[in-house]
Structure formats: C-alpha cells, structure tokens
Design a protein around this ligand. Sequence first.
Ligand SMILES: O=c1ccn([C@@H]2O[C@H](COP(=O)(O)OP(=O)(O)O[C@H]3O[C@H](CO)[C@@H](O)[C@H](O)[C@H]3O)[C@@H](O)[C@H]2O)c(=O)[nH]1
Length: 459
Amino acid sequence: MGKQLHIVMFPWIAMGHMTPFLHLSNKLAERGHKITFFLPNKAKQQLQHSVLYPSLITLHPITIPHVHPLPLGTETASDIHLHLTGHLATALDLTRPEVESLIKGLTPKPHFIFYDFAYWVTEIATELGIKSVHYNVVCAASLAIALVPDRNVPRDRPLTMEDNAQPPPGYPSSNVVFRGSEARHMLLLGMEFGSGLTFYERITTAMKLSDAIAIRTCREVEGNFCDYMSAQYNKPVFLTGPVLPDIDDNIPLEAQWAEWLGRFEPGTVLFCAFGSQFILEKDQFQELVLGFEMTKLPFLLALKPPSGCASIEEALPEGFKERVGERGVVHSGWVQQPLILAHPSVGCFVNHCGFGSMWESLMAASQIVMVPQLGDQILNTRLMAEELKVGVEVEKAENGWVSKESLCNTINLVMDQGSEVGCLVRKNHAKWRQIMVNQGFMSGYFDTFVKDLEMIMGT
Ligand SMILES: O=c1ccn([C@@H]2O[C@H](COP(=O)(O)OP(=O)(O)O[C@H]3O[C@H](CO)[C@@H](O)[C@H](O)[C@H]3O)[C@@H](O)[C@H]2O)c(=O)[nH]1
C-alpha cells in the first residue's frame, strides 16, 4: 500500500447519501485509509453497525441547528416531508462553524474532504491545504443532463417545461432523456434549496469549487456521460465503480423468506421493491398489486404502506388476500434485497431503478422490469432499457399512472420463455452481469480511484 490517506466525509444529511458515502468509506478503510465521517447523531446510531473497520472509520456527530419551519429535532431528510428539504439545506449550511473547527482540530491533518451539497467546505479545505472531491451517488447521466454549466437555468423567473425539454448542448445521448411531461422533474433545479440558492446553483457551485469530481459509476456503462462532465467542468472525473457492499456470508437470508421462496421452482418468483424513499399513492399501490395478481405468478412485494395508510393490510384491495392465498406476499418491513435477489427461485426483479437497485439488478441473474418514480430513476431506467437493453420499462400514461395491465404485460413479456424481447434482455443482461461479477472488476476500479487520489494530492 502507498501512503495512508486521511479522508473527511461530509455527505448531504439524507440516508440515500450517507449510506453510499459509508460504503465508499468501508472500501477505503479496507485498503488501510483513515476516515472521519461527519453526520447527525441519530444517523450515527443508525449507521454505526455498517462500519466494517471501526479502528479506521470514526463517525463524528455534528449538531444540526434548528431552522424554522422544520419540526424540532429534525436531523435528516427522513424526518421531514420533501417540500421542507430546502430548509434542511439551510440547516446544513449553519453547521459551518462547527465543521470548520472540527476539521482544524483533526490529526493527522486530512488529505481530502469528500462532500456533495455543502459547497462551502471547499473554502475551508483550500485555506488548510486539503483537496476537495465532489462525490456523486447518482448516475453520471443525471448530472450531465441537469447539473452542468451549459444548462440554462434562469434566475429571474421560474423554470418552465419548455426550458427543460431539451438536454444541454453536446449532451451525449438521445435515449437517456426525459420524455414529454417527465421534464417536470427538472423543475427542482430552479427551486430554492437553502440559504437563498437554487438547487442548480448549489450543486454546480459545489462541483466548480472542487479539485476533482468523483462519480459512483463505471466507464463501461456511463463513459460518454463522464467525459461530458469532465469537459463541462474542465476538471478530472474519477470513477469509483458501483461500490456495492460485499455480501456477508455469515448473515443468511431470513428463515421466513428462505422457506417461502424455497417452495417455488427456480426462476419463477417475482420480487418487487421500490427503495427507501418513495411512497405510492393508495390507488396506484392497489393497481400495482392487482397487476401482480394478474400475472398468475408467485410474488414477494416489499413495499411501504401507501400514503394515508398505517399498514399494508389496510391498503390491500378488497378480496386480494383470499384470491392470491399462499402465492403472493406483500411485506411492509425491510428485507435483505441482495440476498433475495441471489435466491434461485427469483426470476424477475420489479424495481424503481434507484441507483443502488440498478447495480444490484445488473449483478443478479433475474430478469429486470422497471417502474421509475423520481427523476434520476427515470434516467437510470433509460440507461438500462435503451442503452444496455438489459431490462424493460413499464409503460406509463402521460400523467404517470401505471395500469395493472401495463405492469402485467411487461412482466409476461420478460418471463415468457418464447418472447423475443425476453430473450434479448436475458442475453444482454447475462453479458453485462459477466463483466460486473468478474473478479477484479470492482477492485480494479477502486485501485485506480485510489491512484487518482494520490495523483492529485501532489498537485
Ligand atoms: O427492503 C429493502 C429495500 C431496499 N434495500 C436496499 O436499499 C438500497 C436502496 O437503494 P436505491 O435502490 O438506490 O433506492 P433508494 O433508497 O430509493 O435511493 C435513493 O438514492 C439513490 C441514490 O443513492 C437514488 O438513485 C434514488 O432515486 C433515491 O430514491 C439498496 O441497496 C437495496 O438493496 C433493502 O436492502 N431492503
């Protein structure tokens, strides 16, 4: 090993950001590097068990100041409704004096600060002679389409759908784009996101001020988008690869799922999960579960109760349980997604194509059906369905509604052994999976990433 690096991690205070920053920390610590990770106290309690190298990784709590109108005690995005998130960004900015004094007190002096939303840490870093790396945990395509200097986001008026219809000049794909009313997902760019900045201003400023941009992706899948980012910001773009946590062989799949999945033939069960964030409306939830019922295949759905419902039981359509019997399970708790995907009975993974699930689906053997909800998930889905052609996106109505027929037909399309589309995506997926699971693929990325860091350290 080369020199031991000391790296400060300061991610946006949302689980969807802190978790992948912690996976990255574990990989760096595995190679002997030291990590100081700043995060709110409650998140520290939640994430402590995921620290694999406690002698090298220190989770350091920071105090999130109260900002009106956030509820008292708010510490992370999970504590609040989406529309309040801008105020949480203001609270993040108010941690600056504490963060500054903590960084100044660290020994040995850190070599790097990794951050995403707290653009101002670069000023602290520059003053202390520390390099700053803007680490991105979403796909390069979503950065390239929305968060580059060449995208025009006017300051003097709200964004319109017309502003968003076209990707920025030189954007390298005509497939990985928003279609029709999906452009509404870009309206967020012009909205205030803490301390009087728009979301666009916050993130592009954060990237402009960095010494390097790092992205949790790989060149094979997103090389053209990474090159575009590098040209737009005129700085190096380093890739970490997917950085998926290793499966711990000592922790088996929970007995209830191992037993239930074990009842079915290999490759026949549908598994569905929509990540940690999104909550469906009740009518859409019911329509989707009816779509699974229509397939006549066994299914395990790990879904949150829809909005306005305290439990899954309360949300299920009338007579659903009696009709599907033992063939279908709708579970509202957390399941071990990677272990379920590794089970031989699972034949199809119906998912929202969050960035974590996207990589996990590529590494799994099952067919892939995608029902994206949020902006980056739509672009991930286009990447998978249109560029790599490894899965199929469920067709939606213009208002975003997914009908039971549409879901059922798409599942049948990939599960039917004779279907042309099913064969094509199976073949392409097998090819990509082979690349990803190849010994040395992930570690190769990581070795290069560490070398990249060492290279800019001396500049
Ligand atoms: O019951 C569950 C549900 C999820 N997971 C795991 O949780 C992670 C979920 O991550 P992801 O697929 O990225 O979904 P979200 O948590 O919804 O991701 C948020 O963060 C991502 C970036 O990190 C964005 O791409 C998404 O749009 C955003 O919703 C994955 O590793 C899953 O294996 C489980 O283990 N069990």
